[in-house]
Design a protein around this ligand. Structure first.
Ligand code: ZN
Ligand code: ZN
Length: 690
């Protein structure tokens, strides 16, 4: 902390005192520095190059770039020393063009720039991607022999790397007799910018083997490389290195580590680093919020944001993006809206990324109207934003609007991309439009030049499977130019389940177990299939295999937003809930009325219909039933009860909720992993087709 300069010290007349004051208060407030300049002029000291240089340096360091430029331009006869101070100040103040202009003036005036000038001018060249000037300087350096200076040659490497001449940069680097850490960081950064991450990491390893100590810049770079690669193994190595060097107290390094673990899907380790950080900035917090949201832990994302609020850190765009994505996952529309209000509404309408997140939130919360309203107000409607709207409308069953928007998109000259077709094919799937789907699938290559990817095949298999065209679906899977993934086989399995083709279902489920050996759902489905066909031994063997591998089932979980909070329900778990009696009473009351109307819980369905939740758990207490009962207790009459489930809604719950909507006269919306179900007056918007 600098002691604040007393105004009295500025009133003194002695030159020595002025000199001393400038020395001590070099980074003083701008106003005082400007006063000091006025006094230099008044005393006719502006030709004292030492004082002038000191003042110029202080002004640049205090961020008064404009005033510094003025002082420099008023200097009667700037020498090389003063010019160097100006070049350095301009570069540090990100005034790249001005710095380059000054360098050119120096040359015109016949000055000979030295090893204090070049690193900075070259940095400006790199920033401006001015390869011509870079080459020109390189030639001069070569003549003067200055290219052997490690700082100068490192800057040259930076220029070539930034201008996309990685081969030249690498050759220069390899010629350096003793590259330092900055040199290594420059070449590593060059490889990273070209997306050659593996090579960047290899260079880093070579640097370590040579016994060089990475600094925080190098560490941040290589940690980012690991994060982008999702390479948790190399990431852990670097994490260890960071610990050894005690670099965890550096906020940039530690934040990069948090991001690395989050990108590798390990939120526990991310949290561990986060909790140990002595300083965190808004980027650190946003990384945690976004990390939890991206890793399917929406409630943790919201909880960490609460902590952030307590510590009085102002959220930025990235924080809000993470929050919106978390809210979209749990269907918390009101909460998401209140978070979005943290930013100016214009920020959303001008920024396609933020706008798209808001559209997505509305769509995923079942508010197609809200999604459309945001889309209509967007100032820049880019293809990402249109695609989000098409998908949102599709998800909510507004097929006609989807195609209308697609037509408008074509008229406006915006080129559809592969995501556009994913949205449109989804729309066809949700409405069972086989003809349109086939036409679109075929037309995307022929008319729009977009080759179908595995996602598009997934949509088509889904569409054909749901409509019962199982042989055609299987034929399509076999004709795929790329290997079918779990989504494709999963779609086929859904079709088989719906149309009771156990033999083909078995085939699909077997492939799923191969493709995703860690996914519990696949084992359960296949073992249930074996059981349904009387192949008990195989069923039991599969269960044992699952146990041996230590694969745990994903517990069924439903969320409902009420009173500014998100309430979570797990299958069969009600004992801890403060409203357990009311919810239990509601379930009993509904159960009685349902039985009176002839409803029987269908356990047969559970067996073949490939229940994803533990079938032993009483059907009556599946998480979505608990959440719906809670909603009926607390949500005021006339308002929609909105529930989100983390698995596919089971056939029994689907039947039950249809009846509940009739008995209670309430509208109930349940979003599962596949789609929205809007239950009203005893029927569902999906037409029992999901
Ligand atoms: Zn259920
Ligand atoms: Zn439904």
């Amino acid at each position: 902390m600098l002691t604040s300069p007393s105004p009295r010290s500025l009133l003194c007349n002695s030159v020595d005192e002025l000199r001393a004051w400038l020395h001590c208060h070099g980074r003083g407030p701008a106003k005082l520095l400007k006063q000091a300049h006025a006094r230099l002029l008044r005393h006719g000291l502006d030709e004292d190059s030492f004082l002038l240089n000191l003042l110029l340096k202080s002004l640049f360091e205090s961020g008064c770039t404009a005033h510094a430029s003025l002082v420099f331009s008023l200097a009667p006869s700037p020498n090389l020393h003063l010019c160097n101070t100006a070049v350095r100040g301009l570069v540090n103040g990100a005034q790249w063009l001005q710095a380059v202009r000054l360098y050119r003036e120096m040359r015109t005036l016949g000055m000979s720039p030295n090893n204090f000038t070049f690193p900075f001018v070259l940095k400006a060249c790199a920033r401006l991607s001015d390869l011509e000037l870079g080459k020109n300087i390189h030639a001069n350096l070569f003549k003067s022999g200055l290219d052997r200076d490690v700082h100068v040659s490192t800057s040259l490497v930076g220029v070539y790397a930034k201008c996309g001449r990685l081969t030249t940069a690498r050759a220069l680097f390899e010629e350096m007799p003793a590259p330092n850490v900055v040199s290594w960081t420059a070449i590593i950064s060059g490889y990273m910018e070209e997306g050659r991450l593996e090579e960047a990491l290899a260079l880093f390893e070579r640097m370590l083997r040579l016994g060089l100590e990475p600094d925080s810049f190098t560490l941040v770079r290589v940690i980012n490389a690991c994060a982008q690669l999702g390479n948790s193994l190399a990431g852990s190595e670097i994490h260890r290195l960071v610990e050894e060097k005690g670099a965890l107290c550096n906020v940039f390094v530690a934040t990069a580590l948090v991001d690395l673990h989050a990108k590798c899907g390990d939120m526990e380790r991310a949290r561990e680093v986060f909790d140990r950080m002595p300083h965190r900035d808004v980027v650190t917090w946003s990384t945690m919020v976004g990390g939890y949201a991206a890793n399917g832990l929406p409630r943790e994302a919201l909880a960490v944001f609460e902590l952030m609020e307590k510590e009085k850190v102002e959220p930025d765009e990235f924080t809000v993006l993470g929050l919106l994505s978390a809210c979209a996952k749990i269907g918390a529309l009101e909460l998401g809206r209140s978070y979005s209000a943290r930013l100016d509404r214009r920020a959303f309408l001008c920024n396609p990324i933020l706008g798209t997140a808001l559209i997505d939130l509305h769509a995923k919360c079942g508010s197609a109207g809200g999604a459309w309203a945001v889309f209509a107000a967007m100032e820049i409607k880019d293809v990402v934003c249109v695609n989000a709207t098409i998908s949102g409308l599709a998800m909510n069953g507004h097929t006609k609007l989807c195609f209308a928007l697609f037509a408008a998109m074509e008229r406006s000259g915006l080129r559809p991309n592969h995501n556009t077709f994913v949205g449109l094919l989804c729309a066809c799937t949700h409405s069972g439009l086989v003809q349109e789907g086939r036409r679109l699938f075929e037309g995307m290559t022929r008319v729009y030049g977009v080759a179908p990817k595995v996602e598009h095949f997934g949509c088509m298999v889904d569409l054909l499977g749901r409509t019962g065209l199982l042989e055609e679906a299987l034929g399509l899977v076999r004709s795929m130019p790329v290997a079918p993934n779990a989504v494709v086989w999963g779609a086929l399995l859904s079709g088989c389940r719906l149309h009771r083709n156990a033999a083909m279902a078995e085939q699909a489920a077997e492939r799923l177990v191969e493709l995703e050996p860690g996914n519990s759902g696949n084992y359960v489905q296949l073992s249930n299939l074996y059981a349904s066909r009387g192949r008990w031994a195989e069923s039991a063997a599969l269960r044992r295999r699952m146990q041996r591998k230590g694969i745990e089932k994903l517990p069924g979980c439903s969320w409902i937003e009420f009173g500014g909070a998100v309430h979570e329900f797990k299958a069969g778990e009600l004992s801890q809930h403060p409203l357990r009696e009311e919810i239990g009473g509601k379930l009993e009351e509904l159960g009685r009325e349902m039985r009176r109307r002839g409803y029987v819980a269908s356990t047969e369905v559970v067996l073949f219909d490939v229940e994803e939740e533990e079938k032993e758990a009483t059907l009556g207490h599946h998480s979505e039933k608990l959440a719906v009962a809670f909603g009926l207790v607390v949500v005021p009459v006339g308002e929609v009860v909105r529930v989100v489930k983390n698995l596919r809604v089971c056939a029994d719950c689907h039947e039950a909720i249809k009846l509940v909507s009739e008995i209670s006269g309430r509208e109930i919306v349940v979003r599962d992993t596949n789609r929205f179900h809007c239950f009203n007056r005893g029927s569902c918007s999906c037409g029992d087709f999901w």
